[in-house]
Design a binder for this molecule. Structure first.
Ligand code: BGC
Length: 748
């Protein structure tokens, strides 16, 4: 009986205690903190420049200098707090965490996100950039860049190191597959779209390698000699178009020297041209190890050293403290980096890791490849193949039973499951190793000809392959040439006796089809022998489906060459690629910062051909070519008529384009201009183009507007573009050597 009151008393006591405690806690509790006012620079209604200045005001000297350099190569390092949020790329610049400014996490991303396999991730391999160039399709270029942007973000990166636009001045350059061909207007227009696409995903876009980095041999030592006019009208024009139309947040300066100075400490290239003349508001980042000085590089316009900090480090801080680098100069670098981060949206839209959509990636890669495959030859309508009429098909060469080749170096994308060729490795790929994507042409062909017997011959023994071809209705030979950063091609011939293989197979079976997997033009001593030739480039994650669709006519080929295929190497402006002397021949550059400050001994390469790059060279020198720039066949035919050229601030070129055949297709209409004789230019230059889809028998009026700069010359005395008075002939057609429409306008 006693316990209840006690209990009750206890309960009352407990209740009292609890309320007392609650009251105490209420009294003792500090007032809830007010939500912190957002930093003023987070006001998105301010311009990127205003926002950058607000951050800059709050930064210490150490924080400023920290933003000007990298912290090493995250790919090579163990996981650290810096690289943990991303998939470990190749460069990292610490942000200003105290002020909520994130680090810049960079990955190579030429034709897809590099180094994914290292962490067991997957990214889409698009067809090589040169294939996108062969599509001449601005929408495809945008989608190309947008996919890269999305996948970078999904892997935790907020900066792309794609955007290569060095024009193909030297077709043996080992990186031609990463670039967009030999013409500045085509390459610049497409890379601008690609960068726009990448930046649409709130990723900092990059344009590289600025400039005249047109050979890999001795790339860190070579000194390119070229006149200002020739440079501005050729290599630099591609960059100018990209900067002014694509608005990249960053530009990467290259390894080589130009007219005596390293590109990353070249006042003419960085300050005078890029920043002053083109009004580039973004930041200049060095290629990996391309910085050679502190004060000189800073004064010349370099804003960020990567991947480490040999020069833009304590030495930079000391130079500022000693007054050798002004605070204004330091602030200018920091401002450019910060404003670019705001402009690209990496601060307002923090990166967020997510899973990429591989199926959508395959679809995009396939479509871009389908638009970029070039049909070079098609005798007696050998293509498209009619599966119903084929009993025996032999597929020969290039590991076409299991895969398709890809481009190497820092552009390399890791295929799912590793290299398709033995010894297969899961995940990561290795530097300068031939990597074959597991996209099997043999399976793609069999799937499209289910009733036929489709066999495979490795092509290693031309005689055996010829016998196999003899016994088949048709033979499809796949031939390849692998390319990689860090090396040039010894010549333009197909390697591994493939010329011999093709000749033997085509001699055994006139219904031979050759499919090329190359990143650059090759010579074809056998060109007359096969019935059909397709250039499929490095075809990406789903290349085999694209090739299958073109071979069997599900897709009508519509690509055109972004590079001239010469008849022989003897016809190139330079008979050979100039090789570095032994003391300059170290791919990785010197071993220590001291040696690096000096750089490797320079060796000269003079671009005496000047503006005459690609077709401009062959036209001017009257050299016949194997397949001209802008050339590509279709399964239908097109006709051009009714040219009207309307002069004005922007010249308007209007014409009628008709599909005269029985299949729907897409025609790339090309517009060239021949300048007045006084301009002393090569016979013609590309000034515009349009890719037009047309149903069978349909026609359309097409208008192409010409940017006046494309009709101008670069006047060195004025240091500006100049439209000369005189007669300009406008030529329109489907290839640089097939221009049926012609009209002349006079410029006063
Ligand atoms: C290449 C660049 C690349 C960088 C980082 C350099 O060797 O030239 O294109 O972005 O490495 O991997």
């Amino acid at each position: 009986m006693m316990y209840r009151p006690i209990c009750r008393h206890f309960a009352v006591f407990a209740l009292l205690l609890a309320s007392l405690c609650l009251a105490c806690s209420l009294v003792a509790q500090p007032p809830a903190p007010k939500p912190a006012a957002p930093s003023p620079w987070m006001n998105a209604s301010l311009s990127p420049d205003e926002r950058a200045d607000l951050v800059l005001k709050e930064m210490t000297l150490d924080e400023k200098v920290a933003l000007l350099h990298g912290v090493g190569m995250p790919t090579d390092d163990p996981v650290t707090p810096e690289n943990a949020p991303s998939n470990r790329g190749v460069g990292y610049a610490v942000g200003v965490p105290r002020l909520g400014i994130p680090g810049i996490d960079m990955s190579d991303a030429a034709y897809g996100v590099r180094s994914s396999g290292i962490n067991g991730r997957y990214s889409t391999a698009l067809p090589a950039n040169v294939a996108a160039a062969a599509s001449w399709d601005v929408d495809a270029a945008y989608e190309y860049g947008a996919l890269i942007g999305r996948e970078l973000r999904a892997q935790g990166f907020n900066m792309s190191l794609g955007g290569g636009v060095n024009i193909t001045r030297e077709p043996r350059n080992g990186r031609t597959f990463e670039y967009l061909g030999e013409d500045s207007v085509l390459a610049g227009t497409l890379v601008a779209k690609l960068i726009e696409g990448t930046q649409s995903a709130h990723v900092i876009g990059d344009l590289k390698h600025y400039a005249l980095n047109d050979q890999e041999s001795g790339r860190t030592a070579v000194d390119i000699a070229i006149g200002k006019r020739a440079a501005r009208e050729s290599d630099l024009l591609a960059f100018e178009i990209a900067v002014t139309k694509g608005h990249p947040a960053a530009v990467m300066c290259s390894y080589n020297r130009v007219n005596g100075d390293f590109a990353c400490e070249n006042d003419y290239l960085l300050n005078q041209v890029l920043k002053k003349s083109w009004k580039f508001p973004g930041f200049v980042i060095s290629d990996w190890g391309a910085t050679h000085s502190t004060e000189k590089a800073s004064a010349a316009g370099l804003d960020n050293e990567q991947p480490g900090d040999f020069f833009f480090n304590a030495k930079f801080k000391a130079a500022v403290q000693a007054g050798r680098i002004s605070t204004a100069e330091l602030d200018e670098h920091v401002h450019r980096i910060l404003r670019s981060m705001f402009a690209a949206g990496v601060i307002d839209h923090p990166r967020q890791r997510s899973v990429i959509d591989p199926f959508a990636g395959f679809e995009t890669a396939r479509k871009i490849e389908e638009g970029g495959i070039v049909l070079l030859k098609n005798e007696k309508a050998a293509l498209p193949l009619n599966a119903a009429k084929l009993n025996r098909i032999v597929v020969i060469g290039s590991h076409s039973d299991v895969g398709m080749i890809s481009g190497g170096g820092s552009a390399q994308v890791d295929p799912i499951g590793g290299n398709a060729i033995k010894p297969a490795g899961k995940g990561a790929t290795h530097w300068q190793e031939e990597i074959w994507f597991p996209s099997s042409p043999l399976k793609a062909i069999q799937a499209r000809a289910p009733k036929a017997t489709v066999t495979y011959d490795p092509g290693t023994d031309p005689a055996a392959a010829a016998t196999a071809a003899k016994n088949a209705d048709i033979a499809i030979v796949f031939a390849y040439e692998w390319e990689s950063e860090g090396m040039d091609l010894p010549n333009l011939s197909l390697p591994h006796h493939q010329d011999e293989l093709i000749a033997a197979v085509a001699a055994a079976n006139p219904r031979t089809i050759v499919v090329l997997e190359t990143g650059t033009p090759v010579t074809m001593p056998w060109v007359n022998a096969p019935a059909a030739i397709l250039e499929a480039w490095f075809a990406g994650s789903d290349g085999a489906s694209a090739v299958g669709n073109v071979l069997f006519g599900t897709v009508n080929p519509s690509g055109k060459l972004p590079n001239t295929f010469p008849k022989s190497e003897a016809d190139l402006p330079h008979p050979t690629v100039t090789q570095p002397p032994p003391e300059s021949d170290h791919f990785d550059g010197p071993a220590s910062p001291e040696q690096w400050a000096k750089g490797l001994p320079p060796f000269p390469v003079a671009y005496n051909e000047g503006v005459k790059v690609g077709y401009k060279w062959y036209d001017a020198e009257k050299k016949p070519v194997l397949f001209p720039f802008g050339f590509g066949l279709s399964y239908t035919t097109y006709a051009y008529s009714d040219l009207k050229v309307t002069p004005g601030a922007t010249v308007k070129v209007t014409f009628t384009l008709a599909n005269t055949g029985a299949r729907a297709g897409a025609e790339i209409a090309e517009v060239y201009a021949a300048l007045p004789a006084a301009a002393q230019e090569p016979p013609k230059r590309l000034v515009g183009f349009a890719k037009v889809k047309l149903d069978a028998k349909a026609k359309q009026t097409v208008t192409v507007e010409i940017d006046p700069k494309y009709l101008s010359i670069f006047d060195e005395a004025k240091n500006d573009w100049s439209l000369l008075p005189g007669d300009y002939t406008i030529l329109v057609g489907g290839s640089s050597q097939d221009l049926p429409l012609k009209a002349t306008i006079n410029v006063k």
